[in-house]
Write a protein that binds this ligand. Sequence first.
Ligand SMILES: *Cc1c(COP(=O)(O)O)cnc(C)c1O
Length: 511
Amino acid sequence: MELFHSTRSTDIQVTAKQAIRQGIADDGGLFVSDSLGERTLDVESLPGKSYQEIALEVLRLLLPDFSDDELRECIEGAYSSFKDEDVTPLKSLGMNYVLELFHGPTSAFKDVALQALPRFMAHTHVKEGEAQSQEELAEGKERVLILTATSGDTGKAALDGFADVDSTGIVVFYPAGQVSEVQRMQMITQSGQNVGVVAVHGNFDDAQSKVKAIFGDAALAADLEENAHTRLSSANSINVGRLVPQVVYYCAAYAQLLFTQEINFGDEVDFLVPTGNFGDILAGYYAKRLGLPVGKLVVASDKNNVLYDFLTTGVYDRNREFFTTISPSMDILISSNLERMLYYFSDGDTELISRLMNDLAETGRYEVPSGVMRKIREVFDCAWADEDQVRAAIRDCWDENGYVIDPHTACAYHALSVTEGTPTAPRVVLSTASPYKFPRAVLSALGVAAPESDFACMDALADLSGVPAPTALRSLEGQLPRFTDEIDVDEMPAYVRTMAAKFAGASGAAA
Ligand SMILES: *Cc1c(COP(=O)(O)O)cnc(C)c1O
């Protein structure tokens, strides 16, 4: 059985279910499995299969302690709400391709993972009669409280996935004033008895760092356990349950190219990925490890180009100005999933990873040995776009293809023109959000004067492009907000305590 352990130590080994339930390892590391790629995908058999069938093939390799029936149930449930029959349709874009990942309920790619994660989690509760000890039985009756720091899109996608899920609560922290109007409305109008949404004074990194500190706070954990029978977990992309569903669409895109005979079996394909926390692009690397012929994975950043600098110099340095841009979901200086990549490219050197992450915590900076960087650069290429370049990319893509992209996708579209790629390989741009999530920025990039409200911008964009706005976004107009609290970063632990008590009270005294 494949087991998972921390990127920082191999001492404690857990199953995939335990890793998903726990979210992050006790030492602050991320869960990884050393068996990644030992068993590979039968890529040649994929063309013609449905997205759901491909998902089963991929997930059974990555989550080996889930039964096929459990996986099927998760997959069917997760993707039934997607508005496109192919789930993540691949479309041609001139000489290249775009993989539309935004047809889920919240119109961002995070739905692909966050519709699956709650369903995975439901199968991690130890069932009565199956518990091997009193301890496990108690664990099975525990409530889980999901804490999520969001730069804009994760929050809503996680809320939608976890709302009213049994024995589970969810609290979302977003940076006050740093998400789009549509993103904010999506979150603060969220329904459900088990949800909490709060604006935090600070940026995404401040909120994410505090959430990580809360996960590491043993006293708080004991308090929640005792007073609310609640254990904390994460829906951020540090959770392996968030990561693995994203591996599927790389494989599905490749299968589609094979099916339409744009490529022959074995041909490499490049993927250009709008990147923030490094979850999406890391999933592309996992796909490669499973045997998918992936050429280059291009990390596309916005003006917060810490990853570009890292990949070009080998020095990761978060001591720099933070920019709030029109691509807020990529406004990140601490890219958490990089830790998993470093683990794999250093051949599992947990000592090295511990040292680097310690350096990051203490000095905001670390330097990766050149031998490791060399291997990384064989797979990963990089590019970044400033805001003028993002706007130009939106305009160019419309002029050249009659296709409207959002500002995040635009970073990857820009990368098409400034990176070389694998010779003759088809290049696939991952489209991570519907342009209707950012209608104001998109309209003005297209040279249209933006009306006052984001909803009027949606209408103007629909008129211009002929593609209607997703109903779930357009219908937010005029909805009453449920959550208007704003707090300081220091108040986050107290907020967690209050919400845990509230959810525990609301669902009765089921200990
Ligand atoms: C989250 C997000 C990204 C970045 O994805 P990571 O997995 O964090 O790298 C890019 N674009 C959009 C629209 C997002 O919501």
